[in-house]
Design a protein around this ligand. Structure first.
Ligand SMILES: [Fe+2]
Length: 472
């Protein structure tokens, strides 16, 4: 009897145990994020051929091409204008002004070329124009003396905590037919990004024999239609490294560094691969996944000194860009960002970074607010935990390059992953004021008004509430 009772009790315990286990599994299932069920055509993304219209060389002898702009100082009153002249150096002057028929100002830049194996670049010009009025339309022209080409841009409003401003987000763009769809989709987006936050991997020229730098030129011509009219904020990715000792190219980042200038000195950085800018209500920190970031390195020391400088009463939103994501539940580039996370994540929590955008993985993913900073080798506390002081991590490496989509995900979806989908697309981060920003991800297959994923952000400094309780 006793034995039977015991046996019954044991059975009951087993049933209860199984039930509890089922509850845990059920609870895990309920708490997990969403893996989108969207079905797409899974073809490899093909690069556009060299004679594609988007790569067309502009008419006229020595006509400037590959025109692009970026922010030229720390607070948005300067612009770096860059372009390439193919036949001879020509003029490095930029003419500019507030009226299309009256370019009353001029600034002179510098010109140079570089060689890469058997390739010699065109004449690359960079010119910084300064002391611009905020929130103003400027027209500018390059190609003085030969084929003059005119463009325009709008400067950001003066920095302030409640200034509304809209950023676009693209990563890992490349120059495939899908890349073209992504850029077109971005241009048509009703939210109208005013500045592009680009999270690295530009041309994918390094996938061609001897890193054929002609594909850097085609990429410059392809993106001109956006980058000549609004600043693209650059982040260096692994496809910018171009380190090829077997053909004698041992200077990392040579094409990228020659073609894409950034205002790194204005933020006290000693390298173009990590720097910061203020723009409207945002403080944007760009980090380098492929430059040393360990303790005592220049990047570490710069970031350590940089974060305390961010004044949230001046720039309410703190945004970080990097190439290799820290939180990534795809089976591609898995844990490549881990060592940088170990170094810098405690600072991101301490200084309440609002959002981190990364690329590298050719898919889309958005995290919950989580951190993983408790682990100290001996305490076994090595799991990410919910943390309202932590950023949201967004992987937006789905620009559409020739390497195709990352479709293989870790299973089950980790709890910290709020939404993931392997489709090409872009995103918009739309700051409304110091407390609220609206974020949306747009997949290329949809009409441009469709948001495949979206979220209201509450600012971590001014209103650090749990967004999951926010009404959209
Ligand atoms: Fe990458």
């Amino acid at each position: 009897m006793k034995r039977s009772c015991s046996s019954n009790a044991l059975a009951a315990i087993r049933v209860a145990g199984a039930f509890a286990a089922a509850l845990v599994v059920f609870s895990d299932f309920c708490d997990a994020g969403k893996t989108s069920a969207f079905v797409r055509k899974d073809d490899k993304a093909l690069d556009m051929p060299l004679d594609s219209d988007v790569f067309r060389v502009p008419n006229g002898y020595n006509a400037p091409q590959q025109v692009h702009i970026t922010q030229g100082d720390h607070d948005g009153s300067a612009v770096i204008v860059s372009w390439v002249t193919p036949d001879e150096p020509g003029s490095s002057l930029v003419l500019y002004g507030a009226f299309v028929n009256n370019l009353t100002f001029s600034a002179k830049g510098k010109v140079h070329r570089y060689k890469f194996y058997n390739y010699t670049s065109g004449y690359i010009h960079h010119c910084t124009i300064r002391n611009l009025k905020y929130d103003s339309r400027y027209y500018y022209a390059v190609g003085v003396g030969h084929a003059l080409r005119m463009f325009w841009f709008t400067t950001p409003p003066k920095v302030g905590p409640d200034v509304p401003y809209t950023f676009g987000l693209i990563g890992d763009l490349g120059q495939s037919f899908d890349s073209n769809r992504t850029l077109t989709h971005y241009e048509l987006n009703m939210h109208k990004g005013k500045t592009m936050l680009f999270v690295g991997d530009l041309s994918y020229a390094d996938n061609y024999p001897n890193h054929d730098n002609v594909r850097w030129d085609t990429w410059g011509r392809f993106t001109e239609r956006s980058a000549a009219y609004q600043p693209w904020i650059w982040t260096a990715g692994n496809h910018e490294i171009d380190f090829v000792p077997e053909i004698g190219e041992t200077e990392p980042f040579k094409p990228y560094k020659n073609r894409y200038h950034v205002p790194y000195k204005a933020s006290g950085s000693t390298s173009p691969f990590w720097y910061s800018i203020k723009r409207a209500s945002a403080y944007i920190i760009v980090l380098a996944s492929y430059s040393a970031y360990g303790k005592y390195t220049p990047q570490y020391k710069w970031l350590e000194a940089e974060l305390p400088k961010v004044n949230r009463s001046e720039t309410s939103w703190l945004i970080v860009l990097m190439h290799s994501p820290w939180y990534n539940s795809y089976n591609y580039h898995y844990m490549e960002g881990e060592t940088m996370r170990v170094m810098y994540e405690p600072w991101f929590v301490k200084y309440k970074v609002d959002v981190v955008f990364a690329g590298h993985v050719h898919a889309y993913e958005r995290s919950e607010r989580i951190s993983n900073v408790a682990y100290n080798i001996v305490n076994m506390e090595c799991n990410p935990v919910p943390d309202q002081s932590a950023p949201v991590y967004i992987t937006i490496g789905d620009g559409g390059n020739q390497e195709g989509l990352a479709t293989n995900m870790t299973q089950p979806q980790p709890k910290y992953s709020a939404f993931r989908e392997a489709s090409f697309g872009h995103a918009i981060f739309d700051v409304k004021n110091r407390t609220h920003a609206y974020y949306a991800w747009h997949r290329n297959q949809d009409g441009y008004a469709v948001e495949a994923d979206s979220m209201w952000f509450y600012n971590r400094f001014w209103q650090p509430m749990d967004e999951s309780s926010a009404s959209v």
